[in-house]
Design a protein around this ligand. Sequence first.
Ligand SMILES: [Zn+2]
Length: 450
Amino acid sequence: MQAKTKEEKKIFEWSKKLKPITKAQKDWGFKNIFKHYVYRTNAKCQCFNCGHEWNNEHPKDTMSLIGCTCPVCGQELQVRTYMKQTDRYGNKSEVIDRSWSYIEEDYMSVMSVYKDYQVIRHYHYYTSCKRGKAREWSCNEIVQDWISPKGKHTIVAHLLTSGPFGNYERWSYRDGLQIRKNSDKYSIDKLWYPRKKMIPEVDRLGIFDDGLGLSMVNKICIMLNDIRMEILYKNKQLDLLYHLVYQKEKLNSLWSSIKICIRNNYIIKDAFIWCDHMELLKSFGKDLRNEKYVCPIDLDVEHQHYNKKMEIINRRKETQRMLNEIEQYESIYEKHICKFNNLKIENKDFIIVPICSVYDFYLEGEILHHCVFNNEYFKDNHSLILSARINDTNRLETIQVNLRDFTISQSHGLCNVNSDYHDVILETIRKQLPVIRKMSRQKLSKELTT
Ligand SMILES: [Zn+2]
């Protein structure tokens, strides 16, 4: 990507002026990134580092997983092992890896300064080891993070390409270091060179080993961009900081409550619940500047308490909404069903009656756990909805009769499953369809039609 903005052009030029990595830094990385291995058999030992081969003086010890020191290069060596499959008791066992060659790659990062910018330089290490040969390794600078004193972040990097199925990633050095789009794929935070140079703004942050799960570059930019994040960090409100990184609005709306927590040394351990709790308290009109609400001793208990309260309120609202709806449609439905009010189909085990009010639709739906009420069948003028029941509370199935062609459209029991009586119910209704047809055609008295 070409440098476009003034800032990018400046950084791209500065980037060319950076000094290359020193030999001491390079060697430190090599020594600390990679493990150094020995190839061992009963007779021989071979150093993967320098390729030297010598007689194994402790053949009986071969299978044990301890290392040794190479008599030529003086490198402490480990026996390369890998995890053998877990046995059926769940025990994992290590065995000696007898492969003749292997490759390894990893990263080292160096904190440095250029003018008033924090520059974080990342190096890619690659090594290939072959039995009997001195190991080969390389170290290339692949990414530079440039951070301004105000937290503006610019990336200069080689291109990271990925395989067609995202199955591998490879650094491409063809176009050299270029300005790159800010992307997570250039975020590297592995091994740090111990001597760090920092601009005063970064030094001031006092970044420590916090286990936050944010990369170093991310942390620096987040805090330099918003002083409130720095305040959270320095006051060890780490869970809250992590939770609010991408939620500026929440940070704005809760900041005064957060300040009260900080003042009271109240560390928010579960920011997700705490923020949710504050929203809940807000809907109850509680004072979010009062430490009694903002710093609860047992957040979980408090939160559950208010959640239950809210559930009750919501349930009441829902019931009221339903009752309103029922009332609204009751008189309309009455006009539709009055023709069938006298319909009663009896059987030795049950009776079948029309659902005679919208409220009865509600009860039918509640008792049989299906959607006859929610789907508003009471608004359908071309259907007659019947209920097969033993009594008012013991209901078997709900039946829809099509009033256009006088057929049975559907019949369902508890949770839309057919009851044991399903076939008998259908048979019984089928016999009565002429009666239903007759009833549907009767003229209504004047008072009911108006
Ligand atoms: Zn050696």
